[in-house]
Design a protein around this ligand. Structure first.
Ligand code: BG6
Length: 478
C-alpha cells in the first residue's frame, strides 16, 4: 500500500549511512510501489554540490548497495528524479532558506538526522526558526543515542525543546528486522508457548549476536564505544525485552514500549564476576583489534558475555545469558529458550538428561527450531534422543516470501506512516543506559584490559566458564 505523499530531508545526505542504507532502502520501497509520484527526497549536507552531482552520487550508492533491484534502470531513473540537494550549514545560516523554499505545504515532512548527535540541537532549532517543522513533522535519529545516561538525557532534553515525543523516531535497526518482529508474533500469536514462558518451565535463555567481521573502517567510533555500548545497550537489550516482556494489551506504540521499559527497569545490576570482556587477536592476514583501531593501548572490548537476572514474578530464578562479539567463528544471531528437565523421568537414569530447546534464529538463516525428545529407533530398549523440529522460513514460505525487506525499509516507511511501535522511546533509552553505566564504570575504574581471544573462535574461554560454573553451556556458534 503506497504511503501518503511526503518530503523527506536527509541531513548527512552524503554520509555513509545515507549511501549504504537510507537510499538503497528508499529505492527498494519505490520499486515495490510503496513510494509513488509526489515525493521529494532532499539530501542536505555541508558539501557544495548541484543536483546532478548528488543524483550521480546516489546512483552510485544504489549500484553498490542496492542489491538486485539496482539493475532496474527505468525505476532507478524515475527514483533519481525525486532527489534534490541543498547545501546547509548545520551551525550557521547558509542554505536554510533554500531548504525551506523546497518544502511543500500539505505534505508529511520528515527530517532524518543522519549526523553526529552534537548537531541534533542545532538542526532542531533551525528547522523551527525557518518554519519547516510543524506539529505533524517527524524527526529520525540514529544510534548512538548518547554514550551514557547523562548524555542520553541531554539529547532527549535538546530534542524535547523543539519536538514532542510522538514526533521523535529513535532508530534501533534491530527492531526493523523481520525476524525480530517475529519474536512478538511467535510469543503472542501462538497459544503454545506463552503458558511455558516463565521461570517455572524455562531453565535459562541465551541470546547470541555473533559477527565474523572485525571493526573494519569504523575503528575511530568503535574504540570509544566497545561492544557494551555498541551492541548490548541497544540491540541486545531490545531482543531481551521482546523475549521477556509481558504481553502488551495491544500492538500499539506505547503499549509495547511500556512493557519493554518494565523489563529494563526490572533488570538486576550485573556483578563483575558475571561479565566477561574480550578483544580479538590477529588471524593470518587480518590484524588484531588494537592494530585495527590504531590504538596500541586500547582496553576497549570487542566481545562481551554476561549473565543477568530479571527480578519480577515471571522470571525470578531464570538467568539470561547474553553474548556478542566481532571476529567470531560465524555470523550467527539466535535466541535459545532452554526449558527445564521433565519433573520426573519414567525411563530411569540411563535415559539421560533431555531438554526441550526452542531456538529462534535471527540471522543469517532465519527460522525456528524446537528440540524434541523421542525414542531412539531400534530394538535397544527405551533410549531417548533429541531431534529438531526444524523450519527455516525460506523453506516454509518459499524463497520469495522469505526475502525479507531490509530493516531500514520497514522503519523509514513506519516514520512516514507515523507508527512509533518499532522505535525506542526516550525513557527506554535512558533506562538501558542506567543499567549499562555501572558495568562500564567498573571497567573504567579498574582500567583492566579485556581478555584476548582468537579470531574465528567463539570468544574467550572465560565466557564458556560463565556458563559451565552454573552447569550450563552455550550453544555452538554455527
Ligand atoms: C550496528 C553496530 O548498530 O549493528 C555494528 O554499530 C554492528 O557494530 C551492526 O556490526 C550489526 O548489525 P547487523 O544488522 O549486521 O546484525
Amino acid at each position: 500500500i503506497p504511503v501518503d505523499p511526503f518530503d523527506l530531508v536527509i541531513f548527512g545526505g552524503t554520509g555513509d549511512l545515507a549511501r549504504r542504507k537510507i537510499f538503497p532502502a528508499l529505492f527498494r520501497r519505490f520499486v515495490a510501489g510503496q513510494i509513488e509520484g509526489d515525493v521529494r527526497l532532499i539530501g542536505a549536507a555541508r558539501s557544495e554540490m548541484d543536483r546532478a552531482a548528488y543524483r550521480a552520487m546516489v546512483r552510485a550508492a544504489i549500484a553498490e548497495f542496492g542489491g538486485e533491484e539496482a539493475r532496474r534502470k527505468k525505476d532507478l531513473a524515475a527514483f533519481l528524479d525525486l532527489l534534490d540537494y541543498v547545501m546547509v550549514d548545520a551551525r550557521g545560516t547558509a542554505g536554510w532558506s533554500d531548504l525551506a523554499g523546497k518544502m511543500r505545504k500539505d505534505r508529511i515532512r520528515a527530517f532524518y538526522f543522519s549526523v553526529a548527535p552534537a548537531l541534533f540541537g542545532d538542526l532542531a532549532k533551525r528547522l523551527h526558526k525557518h518554519g519547516m517543522a510543524d506539529a505533524a513533522s517527524r524527526i529520525v535519529v540514529e544510534k548512538p543515542f548518547g554514550r551514557d545516561l547523562e548524555t542520553a538525557r541531554d539529547l532527549n532534553r535538546v530534542l524535547a525543546r523543539h519536538f514532542e515525543e510522538r514526533q521523535i523516531y529513535r532508530i534501533d535497526h534491530y527492531l526493523g528486522k523481520e525476524t525480530v518482529q517475529n519474536l512478538m508474533a511467535i510469543r503472542f500469536g501462538n497459544v503454545l508457548f506463552e503458558p511455558l514462558w516463565n521461570s517455572q518451565y524455562v531453565d535459562h535463555i541465551q541470546i547470541t549476536v555473533a559477527e565474523s567481521v572485525g571493526v573494519g573502517g569504523r575503528g575511530d567510533y568503535y574504540d570509544k564505544s566497545g561492544a557494551m555500548r555498541d551492541m548490548v545497550q541497544n540491540h541486545m537489550m531490545q531482543l531481551l525485552c521482546l523475549i521477556a516482556m509481558e504481553p502488551p494489551a495491544k500492538f500499539d506504540p506505547d503499549a509495547v514500549r511500556d512493557e519493554k521499559l518494565k523489563v529494563i527497569r526490572a533488570l538486576d545490576p550485573v556483578k563483575g564476576a558475571d561479565v566477561v570482556r574480550g578483544q580479538y587477536e590477529a588471524q593470518e592476514d587480518k590484524p588484531d583489534y588494537r592494530v585495527q583501531v590504531d590504538n596500541p593501548e586500547s582496553t576497549t572490548e570487542s566481545f562481551v558475555a554476561l549473565k543477568v537476572h530479571i527480578s519480577n514474578w515471571r522470571w525470578a530464578g531464570t538467568p539470561f545469558y547474553l553474548r556478542t562479539g566481532k571476529r567470531l567463528r560465524e555470523r550467527a544471531s539466535e535466541i535459545a529458550v532452554v526449558f527445564k528437565d521433565a519433573p520426573h523421568s519414567i525411563f530411569g537414569p540411563e535415559a539421560g538428561r533431555h531438554r526441550n530447546i526452542l531456538t529462534i534464529k535471527l540471522q543469517p538463516n532465519e527460522g525456528i527450531e524446537l528440540g524434541v525428545t523421542i525414542k531412539e529407533p531400534g530394538p535397544g530398549g527405551m533410549r531417548l534422543i533429541d531431534v529438531p523440529l526444524d523450519m527455516t522460513f525460506a523453506e516454509a514460505l518459499g524463497p520469495e516470501e522469505a526475502d525479507f525487506p531490509d530493516a531500514y525499509e520497514r522503519l523509514i516507511m513506519d516514520v512516514i506512516r507515523g507508527n512509533q511501535t518499532l522505535f525506542m522511546r526516550g525513557d527506554e533509552v535512558e533506562a538501558a543506559w542506567a543499567w549499562t553505566d555501572p558495568v562500564i564504570a567498573e571497567w573504567e575504574d579498574e582500567g583492566a584490559a579485556p581478555l584476548p581471544y582468537a579470531s574465528g573462535s567463539s570468544g574467550p574461554d572465560d565466557a564458556l566458564m560463565l556458563m559451565h560454573r552454573d552447569g550450563r553451556r552455550w550453544r555452538e556458534i554455527r
